[in-house]
Write a protein that binds this ligand. Sequence first.
Ligand SMILES: [Zn+2]
Length: 341
Amino acid sequence: MNLFAIVASCLIQGADPLIVRLVDVEGGGGTLVITPARESILIDCGNPGARDAGRIAKAIKEEGLTRLDHLVITHWHLDHYGGAEPLAAQVPIGQFWDRGIPASLDEDKGNFPTLIGAYKRASKGASRTLKPGDTIPLKQAGGAAPLSMTCVCASGDVIKAREGLGPNGKAGETRPMPDDPTDNAKSLGFVISLGKWRYMNLGDLTWNMESRLVFPVNRLGEVDVYHSTHHGLPISNNPAVIRSVRPTVAVFNNGARKGGSPEVLATLRRIDANKGIFQVHRNETANSAENTEPDKIANQNAECQAYGIRLEVKADGVSYSVKLTGAGKTWDYQTRVDKEP
Ligand SMILES: [Zn+2]
């Protein structure tokens, strides 16, 4: 090794890892991302009330942070934005991002006016709207691989395909479902990359919109880690997307009786690149063979212990590990360098 290589390797070893942490919000959204520059981004903030905000604040503290730099809300369902005000009361929050605030929400006329009022108070009316193709401005850490967080879908629109992309041969056949009139179909979705390592999180995006991300061209490319869409419910997780993004690892932020569906696990198990599936909860409505292996489930029992899933990606993006926050075991993976970008 020459001197330059030694210095470069020391710099990489010295840089902090990228952390992606699925906080157990029992079938809601709550994903904490901490960059190698130690900036923090929370994608969704769980349900209204003290429980989820408390769990998220605890996770932030456990990671050695005292504030959130960015809160991103994927869509206006209460399991994703309901925790904004109680969380803001516990942790200072920098920039709020969302898909734009609608005047009303047909599917939740009861809660929306109250909860959106709470969100506006928490964000001081200064949230910023994301469109497909936008990126969250993040600091690059010295010695770490290039980092980006790109919005790939928003408000029913999808990111432009890369120029020169041919038809997607990997998606296979998929029948459309009836169009989804709810806010799920308008969900924000993201790809985060660190060097060659790539992770996707499409919020609660549903079937026909997912399809538009991979037909006729694959606008997503391939990923290392697939954050199962919509908690792993079968009205999302269109197999055409899963076949196109070809993940090595899949993580589910499911509840004991919400998501983590056998159909979705079966699709993932058929992917040649698949090496590990992790669930926040055992799906109580499915048998043990339909769930992932017991040691990859954070909360085994109906009595919830609020354990989550924690990914740690080396600052150079070439390898990563997964562990459950309540257990000692760690699974190590190599970032696939042969992925389609
Ligand atoms: Zn949801």
